[in-house]
Design a protein around this ligand. Structure first.
Ligand code: GLC
Length: 665
């Protein structure tokens, strides 16, 4: 029945908007509407189906989509064609992301274009530029308080500069990703300003309450995101005599997606940005998009419907665009953002694997991989059309997303282990290698999140300060080890700007009054171009990290078996310090072994045999042949990417060996 309804509704195309198109373009649009409209209606009915004006809203959304299609530049339509011809483009093992603040990396957007050769040298195919749309003036949460979604931060350039940068990047096979802050706007945004001026239509864009009655009820079950500098989830504004929902800072007003006008506005912005040439949108704080009394108002089913609607609607106008969910939540809550059940392959194509990130740091601190193995085994597989974004550090703090259940299964207490990790990485634990800081201690929950750069958390800062060559060596190995795993896991691995050179914590933020309260700025340093210039010195600390990464990335590009569609199954290695990850698919098999302790560790031969990795194996990272029968011994913090010798193409094997020999020279 639904099929018929759909056909009938898709016939009601907004012909006026399409009038300027050629007959072929109109046919393409019609075909896409037919294809995607069921996926549009399914979530929309659940969100707004009970409203008497539901059909009118569907018409409105379709008109917006038609406008987005009509205004899509020809070269981007060509991109759409390419992407649809190779729908697994973002799952390829040659994908590599780089994340940077445009100003800290290169001054402004034009400066970024000048540094494309640096990105190419690293092998970058995807560039995420941190929030760059026009923020409010004054404190703006690192750009996550947007005052105008259709303008670029004037300090960085203009919308034309952004479109030009996207074009230049695309010419170099680099896809541009930017943030869309879709959970909240700055209170200076025009919608908020109109709301403040008393416009009831715009007041309905936000969640506003005349008194504390409802806010107090909500607060009973709401966590606090910034308990330190923005406690509570509501803020009183005298000008309107209202309590406004502000999950994050007071100046970030949560949007009300219960109102379809909000969804329509954001859809229009999505299509506008896609038409500037943005290929990936990082949808910020998506877990918070729907509120429900008596819950933590995170990860509600409706938040997923909103994302599914965004995806299906944007596919009609700009099928080349993909969506990335930023939901930094616990494992069972995280998986659904990549689509489950009837939404399989119909939600976000990408999501941050914050669980893997947390477990990498947890395993380094413990020198044990049992929790990582178990917790990752407990995560169900993701759809074939989706991929993880894997990373070791980002611009945010680290929150220990470890469930009580996962911890208990390996004999740990959740609260105890999380407290240990916070002690360890804030540098307060007696026997730690890390230098970091506590971000937002919450005395109510004893929750301590952590700030710090990859290198400082991995021990490099302390080792250099103590002029300890052995500790320096170990820190470099740790940095390379955790990157090795985000490269091997499948998906798009992200290099966070500066990590490729081992940049340390930067205390300069303490001098900036707009930033000094937020210690996440310690791990958002400016790019050190002098250090980057010295990267060819293989024996310097930065050079060792840089070239270590480059070598692993080259091996990754040569390994079709690491395609994101291949499952990533954690396996027990019978050695608690060695993580095992099996990547197995018709494209081939790789057994990743990674030693999380500083001492040599052996994986027994019988265990390799059991996993059908007996006989002669080849390490894809070096081309080295290894006999598995006596067991395989890994040096401290060493990782291997093993494939049985007979399964390796001889030409590929020769290439691996040659690269390693060249490196050795
Ligand atoms: C996301 C961002 C974070 C920001 C928050 C509110 O979690 O990564 O930096 O503070 O959203 O926008």
């Amino acid at each position: 029945m639904e099929e018929r309804d759909v056909a009938a509704e898709s016939a009601a195309l907004p012909e006026g908007v399409l009038a300027d198109l050629t007959p072929l373009e109109r046919d393409i649009f019609r075909a896409r509407v037919e294809l995607y409209w069921p996926d549009v209606l399914r979530p929309l009915r659940r969100l707004y189906g009970a409203r008497p004006d539901f059909d009118a809203w569907c018409d409105r959304l379709l008109a917006l989509v038609a406008h987005g299609y009509q205004t899509r530049p020809a070269e981007l339509r060509l991109l759409d064609l390419r992407r649809q011809g190779q729908p697994d483009w973002f799952q390829q093992p040659d994908m590599l992301g780089y994340v940077a603040y445009a100003d800290r990396f290169a001054g402004d957007l034009r400066g970024v274009a000048d540094h494309i050769p640096y990105l190419k040298e690293l092998g970058v195919t995807y560039l995420h530029l941190m929030p760059l749309l026009k923020p409010r003036t004054g404190p703006n949460d690192g750009g996550y308080a947007v005052a105008d979604y259709r303008a670029v931060n004037p300090a960085l350039g203009t919308m034309d500069d952004l479109a030009e940068l996207a074009r230049r990047l695309r010419a170099d096979d680099i896809s541009l990703c930017i943030d869309l802050v879709c959970n909240h706007t700055a209170k200076e945004h025009e919608w908020a300003q109109r709301a403040v001026a008393g416009d009831a239509d715009y007041q309905a864009y936000y969640l506003m309450y005349p008194d504390r009655a409802l806010p107090d009820q909500y607060e009973q079950t709401l966590p606090e995101v910034f308990p330190d500098f923005a406690p509570g989830n509501f803020t009183y504004y005298e000008a309107i005599d209202r309590w406004v929902w502000t999950t994050f800072n007071e100046y970030q007003w949560d949007l009300n997606y219960g109102n379809p006008a909000v969804l329509a506005e954001l859809l229009d912005i999505i299509l506008f940005l896609a038409n500037q040439g943005v290929e990936v949108l990082r949808l910020d704080a998506v877990a918070f998009m729907w509120k429900r009394l008596g819950t933590d108002s995170q990860n509600q089913p409706e938040a997923h419907y909103i994302l599914q609607a965004f995806r299906a609607l944007s596919r009609i106008a700009a099928p080349g665009l993909i969506l990335k969910a930023e939901a930094i939540v616990s494992p069972p809550k995280l998986i659904p953002y990549l689509g489950r059940g009837e939404a399989t392959n119909k939600e976000c194509e990408l999501a941050y694997h914050n669980v893997l990130m947390v477990l990498l740091w947890s395993s380094l601190a413990e020198r044990r991989v049992t929790l990582m193995t178990r917790a990752l085994q407990n995560m169900p597989p993701i759809p074939g059309g989706a991929a993880w974004v894997t990373y070791v550090r980002c611009h945010d703090d680290i929150g220990w997303a470890i469930t009580e259940e996962d911890a208990a299964e390996v004999g740990l207490s959740g609260p105890g282990h999380r407290a240990f990790l916070s002690e360890f990485y804030s540098g307060r634990f007696a026997d730690t290698f890390a230098r970091g800081a506590t971000f937002q201690y919450n005395p109510r929950t004893n929750d301590r999140r952590i700030s710090g750069s990859c290198a400082s958390l991995a021990g490099l800062e302390r080792a250099l300060a103590e002029h300890d060559p052995r500790a320096t060596d170990l820190a470099i190995r740790r940095i390379l080890l955790i990157h090795n795993l985000i490269f091997a896991f499948g998906g798009i691995p992200l290099l966070y700007m500066g990590d490729e050179l081992g940049l340390l914590n930067d205390p300069a933020y303490l001098d900036d009054p707009d930033r000094r309260d937020d210690n996440r700025w310690m791990h958002r340093p400016a790019m050190d171009w002098a250090r980057a210039a010295a990267r060819q010195d293989w024996w310097s600390v930065s050079g060792r990290i840089y070239h270590g990464l480059i070598a692993m990335l080259a091996a990754r590009r040569r390994s079709a078996a690491l395609h994101a569609q291949a499952g990533a199954f954690p396996v027990w290695t019978h050695n608690e310090a060695v993580f095992g990850l099996l990547r197995d698919s018709p494209r081939g098999r790789v057994l990743v072994l990674a030693n999380f302790s500083e001492r040599p560790q052996t994986v027994p031969g019988y265990r390799l045999h059991e996993m059908v990795f007996g006989g002669r194996l080849v390490d894809r990272l070096t081309g080295r042949e290894i006999e598995s029968a006596p067991g395989i011994t890994l040096e401290g913090y060493e990782a291997l990417w093993l494939t049985p010798l007979p399964e390796i193409d001889p030409v590929a094997l020769a290439a691996m060996k040659t690269t390693t020999e060249e490196r050795a020279k």
